[in-house]
Design a protein around this ligand. Structure first.
Ligand SMILES: [Zn+2]
Length: 330
């Protein structure tokens, strides 16, 4: 069962999110710094959205949506390394509800595996930001897998099953030995995405693949909910990519894009009603205070699966496959 369909889980996440919003409201302005676009370095940008506390701007050159001003890179890094108590609370919640290990997936029907498997069906795979090892448990059936995780609490769980490197990629000297690197929901919270892709470039073999799954700035959900979209709430999302900004990032760091797709509509009728009628109570995908919310969401998810709406470039998550090519251009 998907976690979103479990009432207790949603209630705990909603309560946690309310604490996140309170914290975002108390971040002092002097701890926020204005910056140029972390992809193309342009300082031309236009207002994109406000999440009640923090502003997001869109780069006029590459189209990246990024928090500006934002906390310094140092503050963000310490948070992920365990100094952010709220983030640690989130990981505990995930551990509490994610109790069973995934079974061997059908590589042609599991979207995340299929994207990679259809190009490279074997080899060494490194999951950067592997958290508790969810993806590694699926990928292990097809690849020789390892993880990178700087958070001590989640790394300890993944380490029970897999080899986990517990430093940031740039501090490790792994060499160009991997066929595939994966980034699941990592790029959005990284202060220097170009630096991370350069580090990944350094650990991939020639023609190695990089799989990226990250929030999409061009989604229908973002267009509708703006600062209330799940990707912008709180204080942890620094970058929201679209095809254009990810293409620029790839070119600057020695990759070519092999494919793009998007996934998840993430717009539910029950959420829509709350967004318009009770905006003060609305939290995108977490309106569990509404009667039968989880059952309604489950039915709508089923309907979306059945209907398979053509989301084109407008799904809530962007999925890209990149290939190392050693051509560095703007
Ligand atoms: Zn830019």
């Amino acid at each position: 069962m998907r976690l979103n369909h479990i009432k207790e889980y949603n209630r705990e996440i909603r309560a946690w999110l309310l604490k996140v919003f309170s914290l975002a409201a108390t971040i002092p302005n002097d701890q926020l710094v204005r910056k140029a676009c972390p992809v193309c370095n342009s300082s031309e940008s236009v207002f994109f959205a406000n999440n009640d506390h923090l502003n997001y701007e869109q780069c006029s050159q590459c189209g990246l949506v990024y928090m500006n001003p934002s906390p310094s890179a140092d503050v963000v890094a310490k948070g992920f390394q365990g100094e952010d108590a709220l983030l640690m609370e989130y990981f505990s919640l995930i551990n509490k509800y994610k109790t069973d290990l995934p079974l061997k997936p059908d590589p042609y029907n599991d979207d995340k595996i299929n994207d990679i498997y259809s190009i490279k069906p074997s080899g060494r795979l490194l999951d950067v930001g592997c958290s508790v090892g969810d993806f590694l448990h699926k990928a292990k059936y097809f690849y020789a897998v390892e993880g990178v995780e700087v958070n001590p609490q989640t790394a300890a769980i993944a380490e029970q099953y897999f080899k986990v490197h517990k430093k940031s990629l740039g501090e490790l000297s792994l060499g160009p030995v991997y066929d595939i690197v994966t980034l699941h929901q990592i790029l959005y919270g990284v202060p220097d995405p170009a630096g991370l892709l350069r580090d990944i470039h350094g650990v991939l073999k020639e023609d190695g693949l990089l799989y990226i799954n990250t929030p999409n700035a061009d989604s229908y959900a973002m267009a509708l909910y703006r600062g209330k979209t799940n990707h912008l709430y709180g204080y942890t999302t620094l970058n929201v990519f679209n095809e254009r900004s990810l293409t620029v990032l790839a070119r600057l760091t020695g990759f070519e894009i092999l494919s793009f797709r998007t996934e998840w509509l993430d717009i539910y009728l029950t959420d829509l009603a709350e967004f318009y009628d009770h905006p003060d109570h609305f939290i995108h995908k977490r309106n569990c205070h509404l009667p039968n919310y989880e059952e309604k969401i489950r039915q709508e998810d089923e309907f979306h699966q059945l209907l398979k709406p053509d989301l084109g470039k407008r799904g809530n998550y962007l999925v890209a496959i990149l290939q190392k090519n050693n051509v560095f251009s703007a």
